[in-house]
Design a protein around this ligand. Structure first.
Ligand code: TXA
Ligand code: MG
Length: 313
């Protein structure tokens, strides 16, 4: 038996909401990567989700909600957090705030923390499923824990196959990298995971952005402590050319055939990164990756590459 795949019709949205309401798991497209959705209020469904991904249950999930209004009934929004939400929602930004009501987000989804990660996705399919269900969904990336996040429905099927009830195929994800995560409960915003909303864009709305590097004692995103985004192949970063036997993942005009962006466009590179890594990983044991400039989206791309290159201790 293989998993059911549906195009994003209104019947498919209804079916997804019905499965979620009954405690099932549905993979759906967002503007960042595919998410594996479960009803955030249902601990049995959330337990199934952790098991399907092979994810440690001390790593909390992001609650995806329909609006800032819905988010404000779950978490406490400081003026800074509200400003970020108003500027970037719906969109690829996750805000970690203090929990005010656990009515819709079960403790297992939060890994028992008294904070909660919230995001309003921009993708019409994710939006429609949340609205149809009428309550928040949790949606970690729809890959096996520790592996590369999926940017196409075929990636989801390759990783999770029969461990879920339905996949809605919405084509390729536009951003291709997971949302930026900001801890927004304190006096200053703190960057927990770089992503499509760049640090300077955050800084322009709520100045004083801390990065975890600035303050190693600060609480971190638990998921960031693990080896993440890992292909099977060994990665060599900042390689200007491949060594014998290595595949080459290029960037820019001299980057060769497997190229993140022949024109050196960082948005294009971000949207192609996980797809090309998965492709090369099928055939090669070693992948050399071209240098990617820092700044803007380059920070998020370099963050994912650094994690992917980390070998098991
Ligand atoms: O773009 C995205 O955010 C995708 C799509 C599907 O929406 N989702 C995603 O979820 O990347 P996931 O579960 O793969 O990553 C969630 C991250 C983890 O690093 C987790 O540790 C962090 O969010 N997180 C969740 N709740 C937290 C909390 N209360 N405090 C700190 N970090 C938290
Ligand atoms: Mg993930």
């Amino acid at each position: 038996m293989t998993v059911r795949l549906l195009s994003p019709t209104s019947e498919a949205i209804d079916e997804a909401a019905r499965i979620l309401a009954e405690g099932g798991l549905v993979a759906l497209p967002t503007e960042t990567v595919y998410g594996l959705a479960a009803d955030a209020a249902n601990p049995d469904a959330v337990a199934r989700l952790y098991a399907a991904k092979g994810r440690p249950s001390f790593n909390p999930l992001i609650a995806h909600v329909a609006s800032l209004h819905q988010a404000q009934r779950i978490g406490r929004f400081t003026p800074g957090a509200s400003a970020l939400a108003e500027a970037f929602w719906p969109g690829p930004l996750t805000l970690v705030v203090d929990l005010v009501s656990e009515q819709h987000i079960c403790a297992l989804a939060r890994a028992g923390l008294d904070s909660v990660a919230l995001r309003v996705p921009a993708h019409p399919v994710a939006q429609a499923v949340i609205s149809r269900l009428g309550r928040p969904i949790v949606a970690p990336s729809a890959n096996l824990s520790g592996r590369i996040s999926p940017t196409r429905a075929t990636h989801v099927v390759a990783d999770l196959a029969e461990r879920l009830d339905l996949v809605i195929d919405g084509g390729r994800c536009e951003a291709g990298l997971e949302s930026t995560i900001i801890a927004a409960a304190g006096a200053y915003p703190q960057l927990l995971r770089p992503g499509p909303v760049a640090a300077d864009a955050i800084e322009a709305v709520w100045p004083g952005l801390r990065t975890t590097q600035d303050n190693p004692a600060a609480p971190r995103s638990p998921g960031q402590l693990l080896r993440h985004y890992a292909p099977r192949a060994r990665l060599r970063l900042n390689a200007t050319e491949p060594a014998p036997g290595e595949a080459y993942l290029g960037f820019g005009p001299t980057g060769g055939a497997s190229n993140l962006s022949p024109t050196g466009n960082l948005e294009q590179a971000a949207s192609r990164l996980f797809d090309l890594l998965r492709l090369l990983d099928k055939t090669y044991d070693r992948i050399a990756v071209a240098p990617i400039p820092f700044g803007g989206l380059g920070d998020a791309i370099n963050d994912r590459l650094r994690r992917a290159a980390k070998t098991d201790e």
